[in-house]
Design a protein around this ligand. Structure first.
Ligand code: DAH
Length: 343
């Protein structure tokens, strides 16, 4: 009896330590312990040597041992044979993978890219400038000396630590930075973010985006300006859209104009967008003021040029039917993911 107990304990230890990684090892286990010439059978055969008074207890022990071995066998089968079998039947390796979610471009970026690419086709190169700017580049060089009343047109954010620095109120600062480099002729398109101290509402924001254009060469005329902008409007809004120039005032251009296009929402018959006028203002423009050229060491007797500046948010709002400018900067993915397709 003692001997039988020791034998069983030894086998249990051996079995507990046993592990299998494939079907063959599991089958080897079955043959060794549960086969017709296996260990369980052999130990069962020991029963005949057990004294009559111990037979009942020994029988119980042997039965427990048999159940123990069968349980282990079932576990081994589950973790290898059955595991593989069930994986095989539920996973179809020929199925295509899950598509990775694709991000979307911001509507302001889509509109900016569209504007910029139209001018690139005319040979304009892209330039960018700083958003924190000194007074000279944002105002002074643009023919807006200190105390010039036109400075009030733009509610400026000043940097507290240095009152000579501002958050640029327009992208016109990049004109100056490009002219200062002294490389002529210049044909540049300059997109960027600008800041104005305005109350945030559905229609206006304290920051927004502009695209600035600048063309400086010998013999550039107002006719060149008009032709360039006509081309832009045709590409942007279609060939049926009408254009008109209204005289205007900007300190950095002379003469200055604002350009309207016939309302592309109502076609000119009058709606809320064009305030029943049939026209929508899209940009300011003009011939670069001789003072501005001189400020950048360009000889105004030799060179002339035109410039223009337009906002990006407004055309984007009209294009996509967005009725609140604040949506652009709220980072609401439900809003942003609607603009996945290129325009
Ligand atoms: N800087 C002007 C603004 O922010 C827009 C502008 C008007 C830019 C006329 C120009 C220009 O380059 O020629 O309102």
């Amino acid at each position: 009896m003692e001997q039988l107990l020791n034998q069983i304990e030894a086998f249990k230890k051996e079995i507990n330590a046993f592990s299998a990684t494939d079907e063959k090892q599991v089958e080897d286990f079955r043959i060794k312990y549960l086969g017709t010439k296996g260990i369980v059978k052999a130990i069962m055969g020991e029963m005949k040597n057990v004294a009559a008074e111990n037979k009942k207890e020994a029988g119980q022990l042997l039965n427990e041992f048999k159940v123990f071995v069968e349980t282990k066998y079932a576990e081994l089968k589950d973790s290898t044979v059955n595991g593989q079998a069930s994986a095989d039947s539920t996973i179809d390796l020929s199925l295509p993978g899950d598509a990775l979610p694709i991000g979307s471009r911001h509507p302001v970026v889509l509109m900016r890219n569209r504007i910029v690419s139209i001018f690139q086709r005319l040979g304009f190169a892209v330039a960018e400038g700083p958003e924190i700017e000194d007074d000279w580049h944002n105002f002074g060089a643009l023919n807006l000396p200190a105390h010039h009343p036109a400075r009030d047109m733009q509610d400026t954010f000043y940097i507290q630590q240095n009152p000579d620095w501002v958050l640029r109120t327009h992208t016109s600062n990049v004109q100056i930075r490009e002219m200062e480099k002294g490389k002529l002729p210049i044909r540049m398109i300059m997109p960027g973010r600008v800041y104005r101290n305005e109350t945030v509402s559905a229609r206006s924001h304290c920051f927004f985006h502009q695209v600035e254009g600048l063309y400086i060469d010998e013999n550039v005329s107002f006719a060149d300006l008009k032709q360039t902008l006509y081309f832009f409007v045709k590409e942007m809004y279609g060939k049926d859209v009408k254009v008109r120039f209204r005289p205007s005032y900007f300190p950095f251009t002379e003469p200055s104009a604002e350009m309207d296009v016939s309302c592309f929402i109502c076609g000119g018959s009058g709606c809320n967008i064009c305030k029943k006028t049939g026209w929508v203002e899209i940009l300011g423009c003009g011939m670069v003021h001789p003072n501005v050229l001189s400020n950048c060491n360009i000889d105004p007797a030799k060179y002339t040029g035109f410039a223009f500046g337009m906002g990006i948010e407004r055309p984007a709002m009209l294009k996509y039917g967005i009725n609140d400018i604040r949506l652009f900067s709220e980072n609401d993915v439900r809003f942003l993911k609607q603009f996945t397709s290129a325009i």
